[in-house]
Design a protein around this ligand. Structure first.
Ligand code: SF4
Length: 458
């Protein structure tokens, strides 16, 4: 199985793919299941229990809000942030919820959404159980796992093939970077071609281009919204949105920029900050591969579009298809979940994907692309997840800016070489996986270690 481009890049809302989008999808899936089995009208009370990382950082990651929206029948891909705010306010002020948008029951959030911080389920730290009752009688119960990037598994899908996610019966089955390079060499294809051929098993060529265009468009719109939106981010940390001010400063000194080559990096920083501030505010973003790391690929993509002499729409497709192929390797062989392997699985993977995408769009060979992806992860190994206050703000927002610059650096290093290098992408993916296994739970999206405990909140 190969993860699809459209599974790695999903349009949704912030602040977290695993703690907001995943739980929202799980709650929506649960009420749809009740409706399909004609059980919805039997329900008098519905309770959601959150475990592990979802319980420990769910408040800061707006998991409670996501549950309310999901139970109301809202899905991350369709929801508009403003409409979501109104719906949540309505549920909270009336203490009632319309399950699947059609059947209203009483809903006391303090009683019906439970953050069980003492319990962690074995399969994954991001776990939740939804129970539907008729009086005291249990009508339906289901465990869901939010496994990263907004994807969920329910208890029946553990260890089984899940045809709803990923591509099956593809012409180019690859499980490793070595496979990708071998296919590229044997079939004389680029990594983007390999990914596109696989996507053709699920969509027409025109549809693939249209959907990639929609992803690129959503990424770009997110940057533009972030640049225009000032103020303080929600959550209580009082983090100021910096993108509008930086943008104004860059616009003021356009003349000076001609003699300051590092101005380009200022723009790259700005675009990444804009996306992650928008994400932290609960705005519309694209997982790349997650929400926490959503700023790196869009920022590097815009860098390509603005500064590559021959940038065009075809290059954008090459960029995103290549980035997705690399993301797929991490998803299948390690993890893209901060709760499983720390931030190396989010910002590290995004950096690797962006480095590979940029190298390919610049015309790099498959060997150079694999080299760029490897460099992008190698220098993020061991990166912990320690969000202050359980919010996707500190260190997440700046970390995306640094990750974007690092991705460009990785692409430059690789394009200057011939693609031969000492550490393979597969070795670095396996090292990331093992490092994640060795990492203390404190550094896996629990806010129990690192900056989350050493920074004095005021
Ligand atoms: S520290 Fe990294 S993995 Fe953790 S929430 Fe922030 S961006 Fe996500």
């Amino acid at each position: 199985m190969v993860a699809s481009t459209f599974e790695l890049f999903k349009i949704g809302v912030g602040p977290s793919s695993s703690h907001t989008m995943g739980p929202m999808l799980a709650a929506a899936t649960f009420v749809e299941r009740l409706a399909e089995n004609s059980k919805l009208d039997d329900v008098t009370r519905l309770e959601t229990l959150l475990f592990g990382s979802l319980a420990l950082t769910g408040k800061g990651h707006a998991t409670d809000r996501a549950i309310l929206l999901g139970l109301s029948g809202q899905r991350p891909e369709n929801i508009e942030p403003d409409a979501a705010d109104m719906l949540v306010d309505h549920i909270r002020s009336h203490a009632k919820i319309s399950l699947n948008g059609s059947y209203e029951i009483a809903f006391e959030e303090g009683r019906d959404v439970i953050f069980d911080q003492k319990k962690r389920l074995d399969f994954h730290s991001n776990a939740m159980r939804v129970n539907a009752f008729n009086g005291d009688q249990l009508v339906e119960t289901r465990v869901y796992y939010s496994v990263g990037g907004g994807a969920i598994l329910d208890e029946d899908q553990i260890g089984s093939n899940n045809p709803e996610t990923g591509l099956w019966d593809v012409p180019h089955r690859f499980c490793s970077g070595a496979d990708l390079l071998m296919i590229a060499e044997e079939k004389k294809l680029s990594i983007a071609d390999i990914m596109r051929n696989n996507e053709r098993t699920a969509k027409s060529d025109d549809q693939i281009s249209a959907d990639i265009g929609a992803i690129a468009g959503a990424m770009s719109a997110c940057i533009d919204r972030g640049i225009k939106s000032g103020g303080i981010l929600p959550g209580g940390l009082r983090v100021k949105r910096r993108a509008p001010l930086i943008h104004a400063r860059l616009m003021e000194r356009q003349e000076r920029a001609l003699s300051d080559p590092l101005t380009i990096l200022d723009w790259v920083n700005l675009w990444a900050l804009a996306v992650n501030e928008e994400n932290a505010a609960g705005g519309k973003v694209v997982t790349a591969p997650t929400n926490g790391a959503a700023g790196i690929v869009p920022s590097v993509l815009r860098f390509y579009e603005r500064f590559a002499p021959k940038a065009d729409a075809a290059g954008v497709e090459i960029f995103l298809l290549t980035a997705a192929a690399i993301g797929s390797l991490f998803k299948e062989n390690a993890s893209i979940s901060g709760a499983e392997v720390g931030c190396q699985g989010e910002v590290g993977v995004a950096c690797s994907m962006a480095a590979a995408g940029l190298t390919a769009a610049w015309g790099g060979t498959p060997l150079q692309v694999e080299n760029a992806a490897e460099i992008g992860m190698e220098h993020n190994l061991g990166l912990t997840c320690d969000p202050v206050g359980g919010l996707v703000q500190v260190p997440c927002i700046e970390r995306n800016a640094v990750g974007a610059v690092k991705a460009i650096e990785a692409a430059r290093l690789s394009i200057l070489g011939d693609g031969t290098h000492r550490v393979s992408l597969d070795e670095v993916i396996e090292t990331m996986r093992k490092t994640g296994l060795d990492m203390s739970e404190r550094y896996k999206e629990t806010s129990q270690g690192g900056l989350a405990v050493n920074l004095v909140e005021c």
